[in-house]
Every structure is written in structure tokens, then in C-alpha cells.
Design a protein around this ligand. Sequence first.
Ligand code: CDP
Ligand code: MG
Length: 140
Amino acid sequence: MAVERTLSIIKPDATKRNLTGKINAKFEDAGLRIVAQKRIQLTPAQAGVFYEVHKERPFYGELCDFMASGPVVVQVLEGEGAIAKNREVMGATNPADAAPGTVRAEFAESVGENSVHGSDAADTAAQEIAYFFSGLELVG
Ligand code: CDP
Ligand code: MG
């Protein structure tokens, strides 16, 4: 399997509860390397551009407001099959369906406030990484 990079976000519900280190430990324990990371405050408009693919969904407005409700930690994870591996470590979108030991099973508060984002495919990973990071900020 090829070495990949994927975009991860630790969402406001998790940064508020001081869970960045615990979540990063799960990524690192799974063999994912954090090759870029920064803590930022998004505006609702910036969150809206990031989540544009969901703009027709009923939860879009709420999602954008939530993502701008506090700091987020945006990061690039690198490793063998990193995109799928990160989705595995994250767990299902709805924490009620997330496998034991996953980030969302342990930390998510609801289907909306579910602690982490992870890219879902190679093309979206490349696009999402470029939204937050320049090439100079990726240090593998
Ligand atoms: O984040 P993931 O790729 O697992 O799920 P998604 O289907 O791409 O949805 C993006 C985000 O929208 C989720 O992580 C939730 O924060 C939110 N969402 C929601 O609020 N209500 C839903 N029914 C589905 C998703
Ligand atoms: Mg998604």
C-alpha cells in the first residue's frame, strides 16, 4: 500500500474539552505521523467553503456554526493507507455506531459534534490539505 497524506481536523467540541493530546495519541498509536499541525479559529464562512459538498444537506448551517464555535486543530496525517486508516481510527460519523476504541466512540458528543474530521478519498484529501496548508508547512 502506498504512503498517503490525509487532512484531519480536531473539532471545537474536542478542543474545548482539552482532548487534542489524547486524540493525537490515537493517531500516532495507529502508525499515522502528524506531518503538519496548527490550531486556528475558523469563521462560519471559511467552514462553509470547507464543507461546501454538504451545502444542500439540512445540517449544513448548524455544521458551519459549530465548526466556527471555537478553535480547531487542523493537521496532515501521513502513513501507509493513511486515508482509510484515519477513517478507521475516527470511527463512524454517529458515535452510537462507532466501534469501541475509536475516537468518536470515546469522545464524540453527538452525530454533529463528533470530535474529528477526516478526508474520505485521495482527491478530497489533496484538496482539503491545500485549503489549510502550503507545501512548505508539510514536513514529513
Ligand atoms: O465526518 P464524516 O465524513 O464521517 O461525515 P459526513 O457525512 O461527511 O458529514 C460531515 C459532518 O457533518 C459530520 O462529521 C458531522 O459533524 C455533520 N453531520 C451532522 O451534523 N448530521 C448528520 N446527520 C450527518 C453529518
Ligand atoms: Mg465526510
